[in-house]
Design a protein around this ligand. Structure first.
Ligand code: SF4
Length: 431
């Protein structure tokens, strides 16, 4: 039998000093999450209460086709709203009534706050309560903020899921212990995870967010939950308040991360080692082989992660331990030690660990280090490419299936591709 427990990093980064920066940041806002959330929740509608800028961001990021009926939209605040000359609540009620009359398929409506709605202090929580009373039981209306004030783009999903937790049904006290999988994964990846858990005999398993409102999971004391994304701190806190208990583990990126994540869940549910080995052996071997193919390009290369997706620490752990990369700086918008602690433990010591951003100072550090690969937001990638650095857009990591065994090779390949492209452009360089 193989031992799923990892070889610890010689010295991990859990006690490394953290460089805290609070300067100018270059990140997308939380509205971005609507693009993957609306695909996941098939009877939900996301109504952004914002400006034309917000509408343009969503339209261009989501690439909406004109013949498709999107399940998101923007209620645009006009100048008279911003100047307090109109009752924005009355207008919002009218917009929502029109929308729900036209779209009877909608069962969950999210009012999504933006910078403009926050600046004028539009109380969307009050609006959501009022609209729920008007449209219950067919539609539940919730609210959360996707504004770009003090957020990074993955916080949109966290805020959305955290808003759902207080209204999830209460779990029956006598019900058998169950597992809640938390995080919006692409359906194909979620199905793979559910298949593995079922083969291990872990269950019943429920998912947050559920694909449809009527499948919303019940929670309460007795619920064990496992996060699939490291940016769900508020959601985790909301679940804790409902009495659920989190299973701590590294995040399921790569063969090692997936194995450790599954091992933690298996241990919590009393799965025996022989079963664990039987279920995971073949997919582990496939994942190792697929990662090894990309690792030939990545091994020995230096890596600099700007703070963007909040996946930085688990990804650095994967790229260092499974792909042989050498992280120079690993920066995350926020470091929630309670969630990423197991990944920090495994990340080999050496890189600067940074939290927050002061973009000019960080650019200076990246230029001085000249890393082989820089992972950053779209706004920084093109200028850095023009300076001869090779970059990877962090936002691709949330739009691409990257979790669990079958995606481990694709995850490594995402980072190998820009290095190969650069090598082809600079003839003769190492592919
Ligand atoms: S929420 Fe703020 S940052 Fe996001 S698109 Fe609207 S105005 Fe811009």
């Amino acid at each position: 039998m193989t031992d799923p427990r990892p070889l610890p990093a010689v010295r991990g980064c859990s006690t490394a000093p953290v460089l805290k920066e609070r300067g100018q940041r270059e990140v997308f806002c939380g509205l971005t999450g609507i693009i993957w959330l609306h695909r996941k929740m098939q009877d939900a509608f996301f109504l952004v209460v914002g400006s034309r800028t917000c509408a343009h961001l969503l339209q261009s990021a989501a690439g909406v086709m004109i013949f498709a009926e999107p399940r998101f939209g923007t209620a645009i605040l006009e100048e008279k709203d911003l100047a307090g000359l109109a009752d924005a609540h009355e207008e919002l009620d009218r917009e929502v009534a029109r929308l729900l009359a036209r779209r009877p398929d909608i069962r969950q409506l999210f009012l999504v706050g933006s910078c403009p709605s926050e600046v004028i202090k539009l109380d969307l929580a009050r609006a959501a309560e009022r609209l729920t009373r008007l449209h219950a039981p067919h539609v539940r209306v919730l609210n959360y903020s996707g504004s770009g004030i003090e957020t990074t783009f993955t916080e949109g999903e966290d805020a959305c899921l955290a808003a759902m937790v207080p209204v999830l049904p209460e779990r029956e006290a006598a019900a058998p212990r169950d597992l809640l999988l938390v995080g919006a994964l692409p359906d194909v990846v979620e199905d793979q995870a559910l298949g593995l858990l079922e083969a291990l005999g872990v269950g019943p398993v429920r998912v947050l967010p559920a694909r449809r409102a009527d499948a919303a999971p019940a929670v309460g004391p007795g619920t064990l939950y496992a996060l699939t994304q490291p940016f769900l701190g508020e959601t985790a806190a909301a679940l804790d308040r409902r009495g659920a208990r989190r299973i701590a583990a590294p995040f399921p990126f790569g063969e090692e991360g997936t194995t450790l994540w599954l091992a933690a869940v298996a241990e919590a549910f009393g799965v025996d080692r022989a079963t664990f080995d039987r279920v995971t052996e073949a997919p582990r071997a496939r994942a190792r082989k697929a990662v090894a193919a990309a690792a030939t390009t990545l091994a020995g290369r230096t890596l600099f992660l700007f703070p963007d997706s909040q996946l930085e620490i688990p990804l650095a752990r994967f790229l260092a331990r499974e792909c042989g990369m050498r992280p120079i700086e690993v920066a995350a918008p926020y470091i929630h030690r309670g969630l990423v602690g197991p990944d920090l433990d495994l990340l080999p010591e050496g890189p600067v660990i940074a939290e927050g951003q002061d973009v000019d100072r960080q650019l200076d550090r990246a230029r001085a280090a000249r890393p082989d690969l820089t992972v950053c937001g779209l706004g920084l990638a093109n200028p850095l490419e023009a300076e001869g650095l090779t970059t990877k857009w962090a936002i691709e990591l949330v739009f691409t299936p990257v979790h669990f065994y079958e995606q481990a090779g694709d995850l490594a390949a995402l980072f190998a591709r820009p290095l190969r492209r650069r090598a082809r452009l600079c003839f003769g360089a190492r592919p």
